[in-house]
Structures are given as C-alpha cells and as structure tokens.
Design a protein around this ligand. Structure first.
Ligand code: CP
Length: 331
C-alpha cells in the first residue's frame, strides 16, 4: 500500500532533464508538442525493425528494465517486454503476487532492493493514481520510470500509441474530428488521449457518455460533450470506444449493461453516422456486446489490433528516449 497522492499537472522538471530531454514518462499533461512529435517520429523509425528477420537492435544492450505490474495487463505488459527485448535490454517481469510485497514489504523497500540489482528503468502499473509519480520521486538519479497506467489518472504510453495509429491512417490531426465514447469518468486512457490530442492541435475532440460517466468540469479538459451517441458520432473521422471500468465504479452509475449497450453500444448502424472512412479504435480489453458489437470490432473500419502492434514501436521509442539514446541512432 502506498500513501494516496492526488496527481495534478507536474512541473516539467519532474519528467525532463535540465536540457529538455525525457527522463521519466509519467503523464502527457504539460509536455510540449515538440516532444510528443519526437516520440511519434522515433516510433516510426522503429516500425521497420518489426519487419526484419532479426527483430533486434543493440541500443539498450547492458540495460536492466523491471516491469512492475501491480494490476492485471495483457497488452501493455507484453508489449513493454517485447519492446525492451527488441532493444536488447535485460527485462525482468516482477510477479507481484509471489513477491515480498505480499509479506508486507513496502513499495519503496521493494524499489530499494530492485535498485540494488543495478536497474535502469521501472515500468509501473498500479491501481492507485499517482503511484508512478511517487516512485519517480524516490528512485536513484540514473533510474527512469515509465507510467504503464495509474488508477484513473493517466496511461500515457497508450495515448501515444493511439495518436500514432491515428496519424498512420489520417495524417495531420488539425483537420480531424475525434470522438471518445464511454466511461470517461474512470478512464486514465481517455484523460491521456485528451491531453495528447489537444497538445497536438486536433481539430475537435468530443466525448460521448451518459452524465454519470463523465467527470465534473469535463469541458475544462478542452472537449465538446455529447450525451447522444448518434449526435456525437456525426461526421467524426475517428471513434475511440472505451470499456466500462466496473472495477473502479462505486455505486449504481448505470441501470444495466444491456441498457448501456442499447444507448451507447457501437453497432454497424450507428457507425454510419460517422464519416464513411472513419476508423474505430479501442485500447482493450474489449467487452463485446457491452460497448461494441463484434461486427464493428472485427469489421473493416477497426484498427484495434494495429493499435496493439504499434504499441511495441511506441514503447521502444519511449524506453530509448528515457534512457538517453539520442535521435538519429534509433534504428
Ligand atoms: N490497453 C491496456 O492497457 O490493456 P492492458 O490492460 O491489457 O494492458
């Protein structure tokens, strides 16, 4: 258990070195567009490695990376591991369920022990908002921390791979209408996507949800709010569907999953309200028949599995940048 902290906008010095290089990647909020573009460009340069017979470059040879996942994950944990291996780092996946944290060891004591094993990076997923930030505040100066999702706060690497996928399909963001649909209230992904899309001057960012699944003052995030799915989908170029985060819900926010699907489920008929070339995205895990119909999730407009593949290149970019690999030698 860690002491709860309320993460807000971080001072730039928390994530960047004195010369403006990325050291930790904890949140997109407050990072400049130039840096986000650098991440996307570097990820693009790593894409070709995936197509090579030997999918490896020696950029992080000799570096040791610990994946510390205190919450379940399929996509994020495995793509971080693959990304580290493709950069030739030594990567350790801590199995928290059989680690000494189960015997009462504090998070910070666990970290001290991992530091003593000459680690260079911690990739952290935790159910408490602010956990990655707290760890970053306590690690030795040579260690980088990447946030792989903390509570309801942020999932910045997911947002970067989403933006990367949007740019692959749609190019310039400034002319695009993008709708994020579903449980915005509990979604760290939505929060990070909104910060990334607005920093990169996206034409229009919409959120579509029932009132009970929207944060108070959501408009302050720089989004247009819709409560009707069909109104909100009108002419959008990108539809991002979100899962209902039942594990984070307290109280009855919805009548039933059936009722939610009736009003907010993305069916082929409803998708017709979007632009005919619109792409459909979802960070996963997908709940078919709750937020999205299988015909849409598996349909021709879906890029859901491309998002997963792109996660490897984007995480390679972030790991190499945080560990000080200069641009130009990336691939
Ligand atoms: N998108 C995402 O974070 O998926 P996982 O929970 O499987 O990592």
């Amino acid at each position: 258990m860690i002491a709860p902290i309320r993460p807000g906008p971080l001072p730039a010095s928390m994530q960047l070195t004195e010369d403006g290089r990325l050291r930790h990647f904890l949140t997109i909020e407050g990072l400049p567009a130039t840096l986000l573009n650098e991440i996307l460009e570097r990820a693009n340069s790593f894409l070709s490695i995936t197509a090579q017979p030997v999918k490896k470059v020696p950029l992080l040879r000799g570096k040791t990376i610990f994946n510390l996942f205190f919450e379940p994950s399929t996509r994020t944990r495995t793509t971080f591991e693959l990304a580290a291996k493709r950069l030739s780092a030594d990567v350790m996946n801590m199995n928290i369920n059989v680690s000494a944290t189960k015997k009462g060891e504090s998070l910070l004591d666990t970290l001290r022990n991992l530091e003593a094993m000459h680690s260079d990076m911690f990739v952290v997923r935790h159910e408490q908002s602010g956990a990655a930030q707290l760890i970053a505040q306590h690690v030795a100066p040579h260690i980088s921390v990447i946030n792989a999702g903390d509570g309801r706060h942020a999932h910045p690497t997911q947002a970067m791979l989403d933006v990367f996928t949007i740019r692959q399909h749609k190019g310039d963001l400034t002319a695009l209408r993008i709708a994020i649909v579903g449980d915005i209230l509990h979604s760290r992904v939505a929060r990070s996507q909104i910060h990334a899309l607005n920093t990169l001057n996206t034409g229009e960012v919409r959120v579509i949800a029932p009132k009970t699944l929207l944060p108070a003052n959501v408009r302050n995030l720089g989004v247009h709010v819709f409560h009707s799915l069909t109104d909100g989908l009108k002419d959008v170029d990108v539809v991002i569907m979100l899962r209902l985060q039942k594990e984070r819900m307290t109280g009855a926010l919805l009548p039933s999953e059936h009722e939610y699907y009736r009003l907010y489920g993305l069916t082929p008929e409803r998708l017709e309200y979007a632009h005919p070339d619109a792409i459909v995205m979802h960070p996963g895990p997908v709940n078919r028949g709750v937020e999205i119909a299988s015909e849409v999730a598996d349909g021709p407009q879906s890029v859901i599995l491309e998002q997963v593949s792109n996660g490897i290149a984007v995480r390679m970019a972030l790991m190499s940048m945080c560990l000080g690999i200069p641009s130009g030698v990336a691939a």
